[in-house]
Design a protein around this ligand. Structure first.
Ligand code: ZN
Length: 182
C-alpha cells in the first residue's frame, strides 16, 4: 500500500501546479468566450495508467500518469469547445481538438511568453510537414484523434487568423454558437 501511495504521489505531484492554476485558466477562457458554461467543474484521477485524458461535461479524467499544464488546459477548454457546443458529426471533431489545441498554445504564450508560443507552433508545423499529415477532416474513424485534428486543426485556425483580422476568429460560426451560450 505504501508503494502504491508513493507511486501516485510521484506521478501526480508535477500535476499539482497545473491543477492549482485552473482558476486562472478559467479566467483566461471566460475573458475570451464568456462565462464557464456549466455549474461545476471537477477533476478525476484514476489509479491506473490510461494513456489518455478525457473531457466529459464538468469533469476531466486523467490516468495515474497525471498530466502537464498544457493537457489540463486542453481538457478544460473542451468545456467550451466540445461540451458546451458539439459538432453535428464526428467528422468535424477537428473543431473540438483544433480550438482546444490552439488555445492551449495561447495559454503557453500567456504564461511563458511569445517565443515559447512561436517554438510550439513551429515544432507542430514541422511535424505535420515531415509526417505528411492529411486534412483536418478524417477519412475514417481511426483518423479522428490524430495530429490531423489536433495540431493541423490548430494550425488551420492560426492560418485563418493570418488571413483575417484576429477578432474575426470569433466570426467562425462554431465560435459564434459558443458565444451565444453566455
Ligand atoms: Zn482534446
Amino acid at each position: 500500500m505504501m508503494n502504491l501511495v508513493a507511486l501516485i504521489l510521484k506521478k501526480l505531484l508535477p500535476m499539482r501546479r497545473a491543477l492549482y492554476n485552473i482558476p486562472q485558466m478559467m479566467q483566461f477562457m471566460t475573458e475570451r468566450f464568456g462565462a464557464y458554461p456549466f455549474d461545476a467543474y471537477g477533476v478525476a484521477l484514476l489509479p491506473v495508467s490510461t494513456g489518455w485524458a478525457l473531457e466529459t461535461q464538468t469533469l476531466s479524467t486523467y490516468g495515474a500518469d497525471g498530466a502537464d499544464e498544457a493537457e489540463v488546459f486542453h481538457e478544460l477548454m473542451h468545456e467550451w469547445f466540445g461540451n458546451s457546443v458539439s459538432p453535428a458529426t464526428w467528422q468535424d471533431v477537428w473543431l473540438n481538438e483544433g480550438f482546444a489545441t490552439y488555445f492551449q498554445w495561447l495559454w503557453q504564450e500567456e504564461t511563458e511568453g511569445r517565443p515559447a508560443f512561436d517554438a510550439t507552433v513551429q515544432q507542430a508545423y514541422a511535424g505535420l510537414v515531415s509526417r505528411r499529415v492529411g486534412p483536418v477532416l478524417p477519412q475514417q474513424p481511426a483518423g479522428m484523434f490524430t495530429a490531423a485534428t489536433y495540431q493541423r486543426g490548430a494550425c488551420t485556425l492560426l492560418s485563418l487568423i493570418y488571413i483575417s483580422e484576429p477578432t474575426r476568429l470569433l466570426s467562425i460560426p462554431y465560435a459564434v454558437l459558443c458565444l451565444k451560450k453566455k
